[in-house]
Ligand binder design. Structure first.
Ligand SMILES: NC(=O)c1ccc[n+]([C@@H]2O[C@H](COP(=O)([O-])OP(=O)(O)OC[C@H]3O[C@@H](n4cnc5c(N)ncnc54)[C@H](OP(=O)(O)O)[C@@H]3O)[C@@H](O)[C@H]2O)c1
Length: 412
């Protein structure tokens, strides 16, 4: 899923994240014994081992039955930290880009005791952020080309538009023996538009965390691991899949689901435009508007549309599924939901068909490349997000949130 930054929320997130990153940077400044876990990841691994006891037979590669379809899942217990560090002892992981994913994946891999360097534009926003997180210019922080030259595993975590723009400079540096890593199938799958065509003599692999880089980091620090997709695009060494799984563990994944570059990018672009982000905003707005037109106050419309959803009902879906949530509600609510769900399904199905087609035929890719390739993309995005921030529904939401028992003023 793509990262999403709405002004106040993301500001708070960034502040919190910066704070925790600084703590990690301080820890990193202490002498590091490469053969042992950092304090952080030792605690994380111990906690995760304790949690794993709840998952019967959860070791290594597993074929699980997902509602009648058998699928392969990889688990990090196959990669104890000592094995992981030994596997990558001759490697340098070059994180190219330090946005949401570069930050989360880079810090996790560093805490896991792997040799990590960061490559970003000198003097840019990411350069500053990387320094704040303890990456040291000339030692672990380099301009992009130099980091690629120094790295053996080139982890291309630039924005998808930047991956395309920088490819002519980057491609000649991906020499035989290196590994090319992505966290999205975007650049390689839509090569007609991106022009990203990997050299034929390197392994090309993917680990795509199913969440923001901030979550990649937070879950790791809690001793848990994010779910990720893993895929191999090109296997010249015969070790590409093994390397992808090991890297998945290295950057903080818990479980890794086998997929292809194509399936990963189609499902990801579709999901974020759909229920994860695009559809949810559209549905919230539509429901809210009708309530307002019928004389309901902003607070009532917001509570009935967003607050109850996010604070009470959706967490129940996350815990135990839709039927569980329905069961937890009144008989009146349940009856209505059961009757209206198929109506919404029928109305929305053609839109989702249209969306999938728009992803598959590259329309969504071209739009993203055009917008995110502009030199003004940050300012342009900020303008669009400001419009959302200023919508009545979200302004009302700020007041509703301020009445939550756990409200903290700095989080607004
Ligand atoms: N974020 C997510 O939730 C998520 C989840 C899974 C997978 N992914 C994938 O992970 C990859 C990285 O995503 P992200 O969200 O972490 O990154 P991002 O925020 O989209 O990209 C940020 C990085 O790209 C650099 N950049 C932008 N334009 C550039 C240019 N023209 N030349 C050089 N560098 C440039 C920025 O450097 P400056 O600061 O110098 O501009 C920054 O380091 C993408 O393939 C994405 O699809 C993302």
């Amino acid at each position: 899923m793509a990262s999403f930054a709405s002004s106040s929320f993301s500001q708070a997130l960034r502040t919190a994240s910066r704070r925790s990153s600084r703590a990690v940077a301080n820890a990193a400044a202490r002498p590091v014994q490469r053969a042992s876990y950092s304090a952080l990841s030792r605690a994380a691994v111990a906690k995760s081992a304790a949690q794993r006891t709840h998952v019967k037979g959860a070791r290594g590669i597993k074929t699980l039955d997902f509602a009648g379809t058998r699928e392969v899942v990889f688990e990090r217990s196959d990669w104890p930290l000592a094995k992981l560090q030994d596997y990558f002892k001759n490697d340098t992981l070059a994180m190219i880009g330090y946005g949401s994913q570069g930050h989360g994946q880079g810090l996790n891999a560093r805490d896991n005791g792997l040799n990590v360097i960061v490559g970003v534009r000198e003097g840019g926003e990411s350069w500053k952020q990387a320094q704040e997180d303890g990456w040291v210019p000339g030692e672990t922080l380099f301009p992009i080309e130099e980091a690629i030259n120094r790295g053996t595993i080139i982890m291309n975590l630039l924005s998808d538009a930047a991956q395309s723009q920088t490819w002519p400079t980057i491609a000649p540096l991906i020499t035989k023996g290196k590994t090319l890593y992505f966290s999205h199938g975007f650049s390689v799958v839509f090569k007609e538009d991106t022009k990203v065509i990997p050299p034929p003599d390197v392994d090309v692999i993917l680990v795509a965390p199913k969440g923001s880089g901030r979550t990649v980091r937070t879950l790791f620090k809690e001793g848990r691991g994010i779910n990720s997709s893993v895929a191999v695009f090109q296997d010249v060494t015969g070790k590409a899949q093994e390397k992808a799984i090991a890297l998945g563990v290295g950057i903080g994944s818990g479980y890794m689901y086998e997929t292809t570059f194509e399936k990963e990018v189609y499902s990801d672009l579709y999901g974020e435009r759909g229920v994860l982000m695009g559809a949810i905003q559209g549905l919230f707005l539509a429901q809210y508007q009708v309530l307002r037109k019928n004389g309901h106050t902003p607070s009532e419309a917001f509570n009935e549309t967003v607050e109850e959803a996010t604070q009470s009902l959706y967490p129940l879906i996350g815990q135990k599924g839709m039927d569980y949530m329905y069961n937890a509600c009144s008989t009146t609510a349940r009856r209505g939901a059961l009757d209206w769900a198929p109506v919404f399904e029928k109305a929305n199905l053609p839109i989702f068909e249209q969306l999938y087609e728009s992803v598959k035929n590259g329309t969504e890719t071209r739009k993203s490349l055009e917008f995110n390739g502009r030199s003004t993309y940050r300012e342009d995005l900020a303008k669009e997000l400001a419009v959302i921030d200023n919508q009545e529904i979200w302004r009302a939401g700020k007041v509703v949130r301020s009445l939550r028992p756990d409200y903290k003023p700095e989080s607004e």
